[in-house]
Write a protein that binds this ligand. Structure first.
Ligand SMILES: *Cc1c(COP(=O)(O)O)cnc(C)c1O
Length: 428
């Protein structure tokens, strides 16, 4: 979805030095290159070892197995599996749930497309819940409103690193016998209450894509505490071949979504840096919170009391009745000062993308949408007040563990300047 493009020029905006100001804008570290990634000697050494071993498949090598073991240990999860992407992780989770064609999976329309299309590939119907306009996260209330006889699972996305309020969501899911899949692609080491995300629901899905907290370029991780679901997860990413079991057979429809040892080596080294990455992102965000406190028309990130937000991105909400032009105008004013932001994030809810609005799926069949209850595929904007308001107000700032004090105060000054200019009717 558009989110991939929004960040392609993060930290290297083309107009950066074009204003001829005396003030030279620092170039912000970017997660798209070495300036904002923690890739270094540890990754190179591990990669060299993997290559020297001559074994690059995880079915025979040791790096992916160690990555899985250490990730499970770090999260306190019984099982963890590495796979080829966050999308593959979500696909494996849906396949583990094993919905009947036309069964419903409740999800959010403010997410990455890779969290949605796997539902359709497994023959299930994505049913979009509305979100809280403040956090852009689904809630127990918005999920409850979409539950039907056919609901098999819910995917909760901890958007931007800010955890969903999991207590009431798990209560609802337990009461209705619904499997909970946590999409933690943006939320490594975030906590809902005392619990790490990815260990609260039945299955946790993570991405190791270039722009996430830690990366192998492309890659994914899955966590699970349930033995039966775990077996199906592991099978699904291995063509349903149960490695290590007696009398194995290809038991069900599945794919090869394995991670290679090359990625496993890099991932293992990256995992050693994850705690520090998360800690620094939180500390930097607290600094920006302090610097931006009290600006009229701007709302700072709101975290549920007792939770930990690990700031994949730093989001502001812009009140356009106070700041003329709202998030779009503020984003444009920041771009002039060398800061690439994403006003309105993905700009439109996922259900307005053609894959859903035109049901472009398998040939001309519309399958599986032709099996859906009409309420399940009702995308009327009136049903999504939180989604539209939240997307209209949000301004997403790139965020990074490599930001220094100077970078953070540069961002704060730029935001203050931009708001001052906009609220003075455009006068500089
Ligand atoms: C990045 C992301 C994904 C998809 O991960 P890929 O590794 O890009 O396939 C899924 N969900 C969310 C919330 C993401 O941010």
């Amino acid at each position: 979805m558009a989110s991939d493009q929004n960040w392609s020029n993060t930290g290297a905006p083309s107009g950066e030095h074009s204003r001829g100001d005396t003030l030279t804008a620092p170039t912000l570290p970017s997660d798209q290159n070495a300036s904002g990634r923690t890739l270094g000697d540890a990754e190179i050494a591990a990669l060299a070892e993997a290559i020297a071993s001559g074994t690059l498949t995880p079915t025979k090598g040791t790096f992916v197995k160690r990555l899985e073991q250490r990730f499970a240990e770090r999260l306190g999860s019984k099982h963890a599996y590495a796979c080829s992407s966050g999308t593959a992780a979500i696909h494996a989770a849906i396949a583990a749930v094993n919905p009947e064609p036309g069964d419903e999976i409740i999800t959010t329309s403010v997410t990455d497309m890779g969290a949605l299309t796997p539902i359709v590939f497994q023959g299930a119907i994505p049913v979009f819940a509305d979100v809280d306009h403040v956090t852009l996260n689904v809630t127990a209330e918005t999920i409850a409103a979409r539950i039907s006889e056919r609901t098999r699972a819910v995917i909760v996305t901890h958007l931007f690193g800010n955890p969903c309020d999991m207590g009431p969501i798990m209560e609802l899911a337990h009461a209705r016998g619904i499997t909970v899949i946590e999409d933690c692609a943006q939320a490594y080491l975030a906590r809902s209450g005392p619990a790490l995300v990815g260990t609260i629901g039945h299955i946790g899905c993570f991405s190791l894509q270039q722009g996430k907290h830690v990366t192998t370029g492309e890659g994914g991780l899955i966590t699970c505490n349930d033995a039966d679901l775990a077996r199906r997860l592991r099978m699904f990413i291995n063509k349903a071949w149960p490695y290590g079991e007696s009398s194995p057979d290809h038991e069900f429809l599945a794919l090869n979504y394995r991670m290679s040892e090359l990625q496993g080596a890099v991932g293992l080294a990256q995992l050693g840096k994850l705690d520090n990455v998360a800690r620094t992102r939180v500390a930097n965000a607290q600094e920006l919170n302090d610097l931006l406190d009290g600006i009229d028309g701007l709302a700072l990130p709101r975290v549920h009391p007792g939770d930990v937000h690990t700031y994949w991105k730093y989001c502001l909400r812009v009140d356009e009745t106070v700041i003329p032009g709202g998030s779009d105008a503020l984003g444009a004013a920041l771009a002039e000062q060398g800061i690439a932001s994403a006003p309105r994030y993905i700009r439109k809810p996922a259900f307005q993308c053609r894959v859903f609005s035109e049901q472009n799926t398998f040939g001309t069949s519309n399958w599986p949408f032709n099996l859906a209850r009409s309420e399940a595929i009702d995308y009327a904007p009136e049903s999504y007040p939180g989604t539209f308001r939240g997307l209209a107000e949000v301004l997403v700032l790139p965020w990074n563990e490599s930001y220094t004090r100077e970078h953070v105060s540069f961002i704060a000054d730029a935001v203050r300047n931009a708001v001052a200019r906009l609220t003075n009717g455009g006068a500089a």
